[in-house]
Design a protein around this ligand. Structure first.
Ligand SMILES: C[S@@+](CC[C@H](N)C(=O)[O-])C[C@H]1O[C@@H](n2cnc3c(N)ncnc32)[C@H](O)[C@@H]1O
Length: 253
């Protein structure tokens, strides 16, 4: 798994970074994450699957005391470190497989934006979730976002006006995907650049079991929220009616 994911993101790292400029990132993705997190002043944070550091920097600038970003793509980590040199935010970065991560010092909060949907079965998922659990202090939170497993219609679903579509390969339209089925995300950035990557479907039950088995409590899904400044803007209706992504939050016992 690691090598395929690694090369996939090495090749698309720059395009993925640019996709963070698509408007749904700011008005829905980022808004939902920071609404969920609340006050993070002074706390220690681990950003698992940090990519080129988009949220790592935002977490630090939102007041976190220390933030470590970890990613398995060497190119993503290179971009993150280059940004840190150019415009220091005070973040640290580590090139590592999240499933194999062991920290010397535990953190208060683990954030994982689009990591868990790289697991292809319950065992791979459990390895990610256990790594997050192992990194946390008791009472620490694990918060993130994934492909929306509560709405998985099969076939191709277009979110073209927001810059992407997703295809449940292996599942016909209106069929229910099985654990491990690939979901191809195809993006078109504001400058017209196109790129794609795969996620993998796992059922809501597989997620719940992994969190429970790892020792988390209070697991719940978090529906995407729209920034208040956009609430009267019909542009977002399609996205909010059938959100492509979904958040989650849980706590280490
Ligand atoms: C969709 S990107 C999200 C990046 C970042 N969290 C963000 O929201 O901008 C998914 C990231 O997961 C990373 N990733 C996938 N499998 C991983 C693993 N086993 N360990 C660490 N990172 C992984 C990829 O390299 C990629 O940077």
């Amino acid at each position: 798994m690691t090598h395929q994911t690694e090369s996939e993101y090495d090749a698309i790292a720059g395009a993925y970074k640019d996709s963070k400029q698509l408007s749904f990132r700011e008005y829905i993705e980022e808004y939902t994450l920071f609404e969920t997190l609340g006050d993070i002043t002074g706390i220690k944070v681990l950003d698992l699957a940090c990519g080129e550091g988009f949220y790592t920097r935002k977490l630090k600038r939102a007041g976190a005391g220390e933030v470590l970003g970890v990613d398995v793509s060497a190119e993503m980590i290179r971009l993150a470190k280059a940004e840190e040199r150019a415009r220091p935010a005070g973040c640290r970065y580590l090139y590592r497989d999240a499933a194999a991560l062991v920290l010397d010092e535990p953190v208060d909060l683990v954030v994982a934006m689009y990591l868990l949907n790289y697991a292809r079965d319950g065992n791979e998922l459990l390895r990610f979730v256990r790594a997050a659990h192992g990194a946390l202090k008791p009472g620490g939170r694990f918060v993130g976002s994934n492909d929306n497993v509560l709405y998985a219609p099969g076939g191709t679903v277009s979110y073209a006006r927001y810059g992407f579509e997703k295809e449940y390969t292996g599942t016909p339209s209106e069929g229910t995907p099985s654990d491990g089925d690939p979901i191809v995300y195809r993006f078109t950035n504001d400058d017209g650049t196109r790129f794609e990557f795969n996620n993998y479907y796992l059922s809501p039950g597989t997620y719940r079991r992994a969190f429970e088995e790892a020792g988390f409590v209070g697991f719940h899904w978090i529906e995407p929220r729209l920034h208040p400044s956009e609430r009267d803007n019909g542009f977002w209706d399609e996205f909010m009616a059938v959100p492509p992504v979904i958040g989650f939050a849980t706590v280490k016992k």
